[in-house]
Design a protein around this ligand. Structure first.
Ligand code: ATP
Length: 311
C-alpha cells in the first residue's frame, strides 16, 4: 500500500500554500517531511487526513481517495498540542480510543502499556494539566496511536522534548515500525531525518524540491564529500586547479572537500601524481542538511521564527 499525493494545490486567499505537490510514501516507511516554516507541510498533512480539501490534485491511500479512507487508518499528532486539561490521563486516553469503538478494558490496557513504555505510568490518575509539556505531548501521541492506525502522521513530534524523551520517542518509532505502521513526520531537525528516515520529501514554498529514498536524494545533487589526509602540513594548493572541487574545511590532519560533477577518485589520483603521501581518503554523501541548504537556499531552521509573508 502506498500513500500517493498527486499535483496537490491549495490557496488561502492570496497565499499559494501548495503549488502542485506530488510524492509517494511506501507502506511501513519512516518518512520525513522537510521544509522551512510556511513551506506547506501542515497543509499537506491536513489534506491527507481529509481535514482540508485541495483546490486540485489528489491524495490516495492504496488507490482510495483520502475522502473515502476510513478514519481509523490515520493517527495524527497535530501541530497544536492539546488535551482536555482537567481530565485524568487514563480517562482521556480511554475516551480518545472510544471514538474508534475500542472497548474500555482494551483501551485501558493499551494505554497503560504505552504509558509504561514512555515511562510515565505513575501519571495515569493525574489530570493532564498537572503534567509537564513534554509529558503531555507523549500522552497526546499515545492518544493518536491507541487505535493502532496504519499511518501515523506527526507534526514536529520532537519539538519540546528533552533528550531522554527524544530517545523514548525514537524507540517508540522502532516499535511501531515493527508493527508495520507507516510513520510520517515533519521536522526542522535534520539530525532526526539522518537517523530515522528511509525516505523524505523536501518542500519549499508549496513545491517539492526533492523527494525519494534518502540515498537517492543525497546523490541527486551529484555532490560528494571527500576527506583527504596527507603526510606533512601540505596546504594542498593544487586542489585549487581541480575543476568541481571546493575546499570546505582545510585542516592540519585532513581536508574536507566538496566534489561536484566529477569522479571523487580523481582527487586521489591527483594527490598520488603530485607525490603526496596519502594517509586518509574517504568519500561520503552530503548530509541532508547540506542537501536542504543547497536546494532551498537556506538552512531548515533559519526562518523558523520569522513572520510568514504572502507570495
Ligand atoms: P510550519 O513549519 O510553520 O508549521 P508548514 O510547512 O506547516 O509551516 P503550512 O502551515 O502548511 O506550512 O502553511 C503554508 C502556507 O499557507 C503559509 O503561508 C500559511 O500562512 C498558509 N496557511 C496555512 N493555513 C492557512 C489558513 N487556514 N488560512 C490562511 N493561510 C493559511
Amino acid at each position: 500500500m502506498t500513500l500517493v499525493l498527486d499535483s496537490l494545490t491549495k490557496r488561502f486567499g492570496p497565499v499559494v500554500a501548495l503549488d502542485g505537490i506530488s510524492f509517494a510514501v511506501e507502506r511501513g516507511q519512516i518518512f520525513g517531511f522537510l521544509g522551512a516554516n510556511g513551506a506547506g507541510k501542515t497543509t499537506t498533512m491536513r489534506i491527507i487526513l481529509d481535514i482540508l480539501r485541495p483546490d486540485s490534485g489528489t491524495a490516495t491511500w492504496d488507490g482510495t481517495p483520502a475522502t473515502d479512507v476510513p478514519r481509523r487508518t490515520w493517527g495524527y499528532l497535530p501541530e497544536e498540542r492539546g488535551l482536555y486539561p482537567r481530565l485524568e490521563v487514563l480517562e482521556q486516553l480511554v475516551f480518545f480510543a472510544s471514538l474508534y469503538a475500542i472497548p474500555r478494558r482494551e483501551a485501558a490496557a493499551r494505554a497503560r502499556d504505552w504509558l509504561t513504555r514512555f515511562r510515565i505510568p505513575e501519571y495515569e490518575r493525574r489530570r493532564a494539566e498537572e503534567l509537564s509539556k513534554g509529558n503531555q505531548q507523549k500522552v497526546q501521541l499515545i492518544a493518536a496511536i491507541l487505535h493502532e492506525p496504519d499511518v501515523l502522521i506527526m507534526d514536529e513530534p520532537f519539538v519540546g522534548l528533552d533528550p531522554v524523551n527524544v530517545s523514548l520517542l525514537k524507540e517508540a518509532f522502532g516499535e511501531m515500525r515493527k508493527r508495520g505502521t507507516t510513520l510520517i513526520f515533519s521536522t526542522h531537525q535534520m539530525e532526526m531525518v539522518e537517523e530515522l528516515c528511509e525516505a523524505v520529501a523536501i518542500i519549499d514554498r508549496g513545491r517539492l524540491v526533492l523527494g525519494g529514498p534518502i540515498r537517492d536524494v543525497k546523490r541527486a545533487s551529484g555532490r560528494r564529500v571527500v576527506t583527504l589526509g596527507v603526510e606533512g602540513d601540505a596546504g594542498l594548493p593544487w586542489l585549487a586547479d581541480l575543476e568541481g572541487v571546493t575546499v570546505v574545511k582545510p585542516g592540519q590532519d585532513h581536508t574536507e572537500l566538496d566534489v561536484r560533477g566529477r569522479d571523487p577518485q580523481d582527487i586521489l589520483r591527483a594527490a598520488m601524481e603530485r607525490g603526496e603521501r596519502v594517509t586518509e581518503f574517504r568519500i561520503a554523501d552530503p548530509s541532508i542538511e547540506q542537501v536542504f541548504i543547497e536546494h532551498v537556499g537556506r538552512a531548515p531552521s533559519e526562518d523558523h521564527h520569522l513572520a510568514e509573508v504572502p507570495r
